[in-house]
Design a protein around this ligand. Structure first.
Ligand code: COA
Length: 190
C-alpha cells in the first residue's frame, strides 16, 4: 500500500501507559525542564533551554516542521497527564521510504521503559502509514540508555561514524542503527 499520510490530522497514540500528542504551546514547562537538565544534555549538542521563551520558540519550530512536512514531534505524557518527555520522526524520504527517529525522557522517569514504549508506538504507526522500508536512528558512543532502547525495539547497529559530531568540546563517535521493514514485521508487527 503506498503511503497515504498527507500531514493533515496529526497522529495521536495511546499505549499501555502513555498518551502521545503533537507538541503544543502548553508543553513549554515540560520542555524547559527536560532540555535544561544537564543529564539530558550529556549526549546532545544543544544549549540548555533554560527560559520559557526558549522552550516556546523550540515548540513553535517543531510545530513548523510539521507544517513544512519535515517531521512529527510528540509530547509523551502519562494517562494522568504528567509530562514524561518527547519524541519525533524526521527527514521522511518518500522515494527511499526511510525516516529517522529520536526520543528524550525526563531523568526521574528513566529506566522505566517509557522511551521504548513510545518508540514502539511511533514504529507501529510509521511502518504502516508512511509505508516505510527502513527506520534509522543514531546516538553518541556511550549513550547506553539510547542504544538499549534501539536494540530492544529490534534495531541493528550498522556502523560507527568516527568523531563525526562536536559535543561539549570534543569530537565524539556516532553509532548508527537501522531497522528494516521485514525485521520489524518478523519481530513486532507480524
Ligand atoms: C535515552 C533515553 C531516552 C532512554 O529513556 P528511558 O525511558 O530510560 O529508556 P527505557 O527505559 O525504555 O530503556 C533504557 C534501557 O537502558 C538501560 N540503561 C540506561 N542507562 C544505562 C546505563 N548507563 N548503563 C546500562 N544500562 C542503561 C535501562 O536500564 C533500560 O534497559 P532495560 O530495559 O534493559 O533495563 C533517556 O535516557 C534520555 O532521555 N536521555 C537523555 C536524552 C538522550 O540522550 N536522548 C537520546 C538521544 S540519541
Amino acid at each position: 500500500m503506498p503511503a497515504t499520510f498527507d500531514f493533515g490530522e496529526f497522529p495521536i497514540f495511546t499505549t499501555a501507559r502513555l498518551t502521545m500528542h503533537q507538541v503544543a504551546p502548553d508543553d513549554a514547562d515540560g520542555m524547559m525542564r527536560l532540555f535544561s537538565d544537564a543529564r539530558v544534555l550529556t549526549y546532545l549538542n544543544m544549549e540548555p533551554m533554560d527560559t520559557p521563551e526558549k522552550a516556546s520558540g523550540f515548540i513553535n519550530w517543531l510545530r513548523g516542521a510539521y507544517e513544512r512536512q519535515e517531521g512529527l514531534d510528540w509530547t509523551i505524557r502519562t494517562h494522568a497527564g504528567e509530562f514524561v518527555g518527547m519524541c519525533g520522526m524526521y527527514q521522511w524520504n518518500k522515494s527511499d521510504r526511510r525516516i529517522d527517529l529520536g526520543y528524550h525522557i525526563l531523568p526521574e522517569r528513566w529506566g522505566q521503559g517509557y522511551a521504548t514504549e513510545a518508540t514502539h508506538a511511533m514504529l507501529g504507526w510509521a511502518f504502516e502509514a508512511l509505508d516505510l522500508h527502513r527506520v534509522q536512528a543514531d546516538c553518541t558512543d556511550g549513550n547506553i540508555g539510547s542504544e538499549r532502547v534501539l536494540l530492544k525495539c529490534g534495531f541493528t547497529l550498522e556502523g560507527i561514524w568516527r568523531e563525526s559530531c562536536w559535543e561539549h568540546g570534543r569530537f565524539v563517535n556516532i553509532r548508527q542503527f537501522g531497522l528494516l521493514r521485514r525485521e520489524y514485521l518478523k519481530n513486532d508487527g507480524g
